[in-house]
Design a binder for this molecule. Structure first.
Ligand code: HPA
Length: 249
């Protein structure tokens, strides 16, 4: 049955779905499918949430725009899981806060602290640690190594406010071991875990490019990677995510 935002049928999405926030990146990813963009099938365009299905190295794969922020991701992940998606891999960017983390590096989120409101709405105040699927994390780490990359693997925090004015915001989460801020992963991990617990074959993981460094000295605007460098780094994470998506098939 078509969903309210993803106007697609069960079977329109492959078991593995890459989830960029940005529709332009969804189109970019679909261009890497076998035969390029023209061979990919567009399965959604409602609200600009572009989704495509095709194959990569002969294996079925989809890409679906998540939009920005946990509320948008929660809608997209809920509907993808209802449509039968099994492996959800977010491909995105993050603001690095961990010691020694540099722009252009890769972070694979083994867990995502839910600082966002959407995950906390689902949890009704219960303590909970949104956690990635270990098999998908392992595939992402293995594929990153095959691409000559040594990703940071650890905890991110999912936040609602990109331009947060609080002066202790970065140091507080840095001192708790958080590597980076981003805006979608905690609710993705929660919803995949909930679906898995209900008997579905659902798994999720997130791979991120560090687009900016957040510190008391510099804001995201000051530290944001130049676009060409950012795109080169994102390209690497897309290739790694595509390989991990088909690896577990
Ligand atoms: N904060 C939150 N989310 C982000 C950032 C950031 O600095 N950069 C990319 N995603």
């Amino acid at each position: 049955m078509p969903q309210i935002h993803l106007r697609a049928e069960a079977g329109d999405y492959a078991p593995a779905v890459l989830l960029p926030g940005d529709p332009n990146r969804a189109t970019w990813i679909a261009g890497k499918f076998d035969g390029g963009l023209s061979a990919a099938r567009q399965v959604n365009d409602h609200r600009g949430l572009l989704g495509f299905t095709g194959t990569y190295k002969g294996v079925p794969i989809s890409v679906q725009t998540s939009g920005m922020g946990a509320p948008s991701m929660s809608i997209v992940a809920e509907e993808l899981l209802r449509l039968g998606a099994e492996r959800l891999i977010r491909v995105g960017t993050c603001g690095g806060i961990g010691r020694g983390i540099k722009t252009g590096e890769i972070i694979i989120a083994s867990s995502a602290t839910p600082v966002d409101g959407a995950t906390r709405t689902y949890l009704h105040g219960d303590a909970y640690a949104p956690t990635a699927d270990f098999g998908l994390v392992r595939s992402l780490v293995d594929e990153a190594a095959r691409h000559g990359q040594a990703p940071h693997v650890g905890q991110v925090a999912t936040v609602d406010v990109f331009y947060n004015p609080d002066t202790d915001y970065f140091s507080k989460w840095r001192s708790r071991g958080v590597l980076a801020f981003e805006m979608e992963t905690s609710v993705l991990y929660y919803l995949a875990a909930r679906a898995h617990a209900a008997g579905a074959k659902a798994a999720a993981a997130t791979i991120l490019t560090v687009s900016d460094i957040l510190s008391e000295e510099a804001t995201s605007e000051e530290s944001y990677l130049p676009l060409d460098e950012l795109n080169r780094s994102i390209e690497r994470t897309i290739e790694i995510a595509l390989e991990a998506g088909i690896a577990a098939s």
